[in-house]
Design a protein around this ligand. Structure first.
Ligand code: TRP
Ligand code: SF4
Length: 403
């Protein structure tokens, strides 16, 4: 029977786009670094995802994968705590993707907003492929193969997690049934023992009749924390809360990343495709040069023209990097023209150079020692595969691909 779904597992992935920039750092990576100390985290390089749009030229895949890995380590992802790996090293993702593809209506994939959007945006590429249509389902397999509880992503990925939830629901509905489920579930409730059984029944009723999700969570906690029941009964009790059957693939929740706006040098969002980035491990001299040339409030043509921080992208950087006192100094000095833009920028420059300096230092060890990086992802893949294999054992059995 099934093993308990890990309650606090986190999974996220990133495409190997090559060297990361401060937008990637403040938009995702910094958050992952914190999460790794609070949850059991799995982070992977989505190299197969890269192929869904970049299949024509794959020549840079190795280099870009290595660069992103080193950036991760430089940013503070800790392979002693989090599991770091490369998607294509864990073939279980592909097997689950194939199995899920059997039960996924085409309409679900065609309706994913990024499908049409990306085809519009990347007009120079032929994205009329099977792989591109299926890529949100590959993402679902990425998540479900670890039975992750949480997926830290930005707003743009929420629809993909929603598809994952629907897919899990459908899978559980189709394959999570036992012939005599109700009777077995009732017996499992009894085995919880007097007061716990009564509590479980009351909470289940509250959830089923009133949709009380707090009651659901309390019931789940009650089941999870009971270590006298068998693993199989625990799964039944969790499934019975929804009235369905055994939950083989739990539905993940989005952990929406609170992301500050990271402006690029031209004031637009920092993005590789705009060529307006500051690299995570950029040369300090280059950082200084770039930031000194960064766009400011256009109203400040001359030194004594007052400005408005709200119209200046440098101000968005102060919001990330500066303390209260400095921010007050900026607002007052900008509006009264008491400070010049270069004075203002210097405060940000100091912080960015310091931050990047730390990353450059951490990266050096890995740059000097390529085998170290190899070893980290080899171990990561081993650990990831262990978890993924457990899920697939159950999935295969539930689908009667195994006795
Ligand atoms: N699609 C994500 C992106 O483009 C990357 C990704 C792939 C991912 N699989 C995932 C993110 C699973 C979270 C979970 O950014
Ligand atoms: Fe922007 Fe600072 Fe110049 Fe004001 S003083 S326009 S906030 S750079």
């Amino acid at each position: 029977m099934s093993s308990p779904a890990p309650a606090r597992r986190v999974l996220s992935g990133m495409r190997p786009t090559g060297r990361l920039h401060l937008g990637n750092y403040h938009g995702a990576l910094r958050n992952w670094v914190e999460l790794q100390y609070q949850y059991e985290c799995y982070f992977f390089i989505a190299d197969w995802h890269m192929l869904t749009t970049g299949y024509e030229d794959t020549s840079l895949l190795q280099e870009h994968t290595r660069e992103v890995l080193i950036d991760w380590l430089a940013a503070g992802l800790n392979p002693g705590v989090a599991t770091l790996f490369i998607q294509s090293h864990v073939p279980e993702h592909a097997e689950l993707h194939l199995l899920l593809s059997m039960i996924t209506p085409l309409g679900w994939l065609e309706r994913v907003p990024s499908y049409k959007d990306q085809q519009e945006q990347l007009k120079d590429k032929d994205l009329g492929t099977y792989g591109f249509l299926g890529y949100p389902l590959l993402q679902s397999a990425d998540i479900l193969v670890y039975r992750a509880a949480y997926v830290p992503v930005g707003e743009d990925q929420v629809a993909h997690v929603e598809l994952t939830r629907e897919t899990a629901r459908r899978f559980n509905h189709l394959y999570g049934r036992e012939a005599d489920f109700e009777a077995k579930a009732e017996a499992a409730v009894k085995s919880l023992g007097g007061r716990n059984a009564t509590n479980y029944r009351a909470l289940r009723r509250k959830f089923q009749e009133g949709g009380d999700t707090e009651a659901l969570q309390r019931a789940q906690a009650l089941v999870q924390s009971n270590n006298r029941i068998t693993v199989a009964d625990r799964e039944r009790l969790l499934g019975f809360l929804h009235g369905a059957g055994v939950t083989i693939l739990p539905e993940p929740a989005v952990l929406l990343t609170a992301t500050p706006k990271v402006p690029g040098l031209d004031g637009r969002k920092m993005s590789k495709s705009y060529g307006n980035t500051i690299g995570l491990r950029e040369e300090p001299d280059e950082v200084v040069k770039k930031l000194r040339a960064m766009k400011t409030d256009p109203a400040r043509v001359r030194r004594n023209d007052p400005g408005d921080p709200d119209k200046c992208p440098v101000w968005d950087l102060h919001k990330i990097y500066s303390d209260e006192a400095t921010r007050k100094w900026v607002v007052e000095g900008c509006r009264s023209a008491a400070i010049g833009c270069l004075d203002c920028k210097q405060r940000v420059i100091d912080k960015v150079v310091e931050e990047i300096g730390g990353m450059r230092k951490r990266a050096q060890e890995f740059e000097d020692n390529p085998e170290l990086v190899q070893r980290i992802v080899a171990e990561g893949a081993e650990k990831a595969r262990e978890a993924a294999r457990d899920t697939l054992d159950e999935v295969r059995r539930a689908m009667h691909l195994r006795p």
